[in-house]
Write a protein that binds this ligand. Structure first.
Ligand code: ACM
Ligand code: ZN
Length: 547
């Protein structure tokens, strides 16, 4: 499902040259844009693209559009003749033609300048999308504009480190909707707790969701509260979140993080670890050495059971498989992992990609290729359910699987590399979008957070996700959008969560929605009081200082 703010539309600039775009950013900027935020149009699988089937060039444009919408969103549009009812219409003609058709006047043929031949009008209204151009070339340009305005405006909430109630998540979705976000990335599993009910494996959530105690204070000082902590979502609750989000035109992207960050599952199924356990659900934070065994065939059986039920519950075209922070120490010494590496004929091709990252080994080692093998198996499985795979940028290390989407978190480097390989990318670089980090320089003015660097509103606001100095225009079309991530090692309560989120989500949503030349941080700050009034109305906390 893809939402277009029909914020769009339509301004006459000259007799012919008309261009449309939504509030969201596209480059190059169309010549003119007029917006109307009162209407919304949502593209869904099964809807049609109508075009004149007798016109081979327009037919080619329709096929391109169908393919690109599928690639960007997972939405499958059908090709239909122009007299059929359809969500998207490609029309060779001009605005003048349209008017004269309405008035039943015959239109005189006109000589087109080269610029006019490339002109187009893209109109989004509540009943659909129209791309109109006097020549197929103009329609093609309009299709590109629509393609580029397929944004992913996401927010991640980590419910693994701390559990948040469904009521809180609904409020979180309300706040996302207020900021025009359309993707809720729900991080459902962690070393510190498994939060998703799997009916075929009932112990997984019942036992894997509970840790015996939690580390307190900054860092991992190994001082514990000695209080058991748990909570998980039933599948009915997950469906309720999906329904509530869909009413607000938000898609829920669920994440099961594998093969690392799996101690909660290993606690329940120690046979899935290389050493056989026992493995406690982690009571402290960090990157754990114990991960799923990559050579045990039961690991894939387990993952297919889990992802199968995940697909039953979440209709999202995208499913996140994690893939981050999976140290390979255990795999290097595990007889099963090494036997699988041999069986698959994987060899090391060490090449430091320089991306760094906590606990990760970059480069094409045989073990990283074994992770790619797991990703490939899961990608095929998800594809059989009509879904696309998203993974954190470590999935680049052993080689990307065919259609994987990369979520770039260790800076933008992984995203750039993936876009250059023509893979789709979501930009979520830690230094700009990790809102678990402090927003103010003075730590005494904010609750305890992950404290290695500051992610201020102005820092977020300055982010330029299309990386125009490193990506060509074609490569920029691989950037689906931007995401802010709220990790919750140090965020246990709703008030704290909203304090971390706001008003930084305001800054992030202007990155998501505005063109670089429209952004002005001083102007943003001047408009903030209005947003704060809305936060007050919603009854959510927020940080009053802005840096
Ligand atoms: C991550 O922050 N480990 C994706
Ligand atoms: Zn192993």
């Amino acid at each position: 499902m893809k939402r277009f703010f029909s914020s769009l539309l339509l301004v006459m600039v000259s007799a012919w040259v008309i261009a449309q775009r939504a509030d969201y950013r596209i480059i190059p900027l169309p010549k003119s844009v007029q917006t109307d935020t009162t209407q919304v149009f949502t593209l869904r699988s099964g809807m049609g693209i109508a075009y004149d089937t007798q016109n081979p060039q327009v037919a080619q444009n329709a096929t391109f559009l169908q393919q690109w919408v599928m690639e960007a969103t997972g939405v499958e549009l059908a090709l239909t003749p122009s007299d059929a009812k359809a969500a998207v219409r490609l029309i060779q003609g001009t605005q003048t033609d349209k008017k004269s058709k309405k008035n039943k006047k015959k239109q005189q043929p006109q000589q087109l300048t080269p610029q006019q031949q490339e002109s187009y009008t893209l109109t989004v209204g509540s009943s659909g999308i129209e791309i109109r151009g006097p020549q197929p070339e103009g329609i093609f340009r309009g299709v590109q504009t629509l393609r580029k305005s397929l944004p992913y405006r996401g927010v991640l909430l980590d419910c693994g480190r701390h559990f948040f109630t469904v009521d809180f998540i609904k409020q979180f979705l309300d706040v996302m909707a207020l900021h025009g976000c359309n993707q809720f990335h729900w991080h459902l599993t962690e070393d510190q707790g498994w939060r998703f009910e799997v009916k075929a494996l009932p112990d997984l959530a019942v036992k894997g969701s509970v840790r015996e105690k939690t580390v307190i204070g900054p860092g991992n000082n190994r001082i514990y509260d000695n209080v058991p902590y748990g909570g998980y979502y039933t599948q009915d609750e997950c469906r309720e979140v999906v329904r509530y989000a869909a009413e607000r035109y938000i898609n829920v992207v669920p994440e099961i993080d594998m093969p690392g960050h799996m101690l909660s599952a290993l606690h329940v199924f120690p046979n899935l670890g290389c050493l056989g356990g026992p493995y406690p659900v982690a009571p402290y934070w960090g990157v754990m050495r114990d991960v799923l065994c990559g050579g045990n065939p039961e690991t894939l059986d387990f993952l297919k059971t889990v992802f199968g039920e995940l697909c039953d519950v979440f209709p999202s075209p995208f499913i996140h498989i994690g893939g981050d922070e999976c140290p390979k120490e255990r795999w290097q010494k595990c007889p099963k992992c090494q036997a699988k590496i041999k069986e698959l004929g994987l060899t090391s091709d060490p090449k430091d990609d320089g991306a760094g990252g906590r606990g990760s080994q970059d480069g094409k080692s045989a073990e990283n290729k074994l992770q790619t093998f797991l990703n490939h198996e899961i990608e095929q499985f998800l594809a059989s359910r009509g879904r696309s795979l998203i993974g954190w940028d470590e999935i680049l290390s052993g080689g990307l699987t065919e259609k994987s989407i990369v979520m770039s978190w260790r800076g933008t480097k992984g995203g750039i590399e993936a876009a250059k390989q023509h893979h789709r990318v979501i930009m979520s670089p830690n230094v700009y979008s990790y809102i678990d980090h402090p927003q103010l320089k003075d730590y005494s003015k904010q609750p305890q957070t992950t404290d290695s660097y500051q992610v201020s509103c102005s820092k977020i606001y300055s982010f330029e996700p299309l990386i125009p100095d490193q990506l060509t225009e074609e490569e920029q079309t691989c950037i689906l959008g931007v995401q802010a991530n709220l990790w919750t090692e140090h965020v246990a309560f709703p008030e704290h969560a909203f304090f971390q989120l706001l008003p930084r989500l305001g800054a992030m949503c202007e990155v998501q929605w505005c063109n670089p030349d429209q952004k002005d941080f001083e102007n943003f700050k001047a408009r903030l009081p209005q947003l704060q009034k809305l936060y007050d109305k919603l009854g959510v906390t927020y940080c009053h200082s802005v840096e």
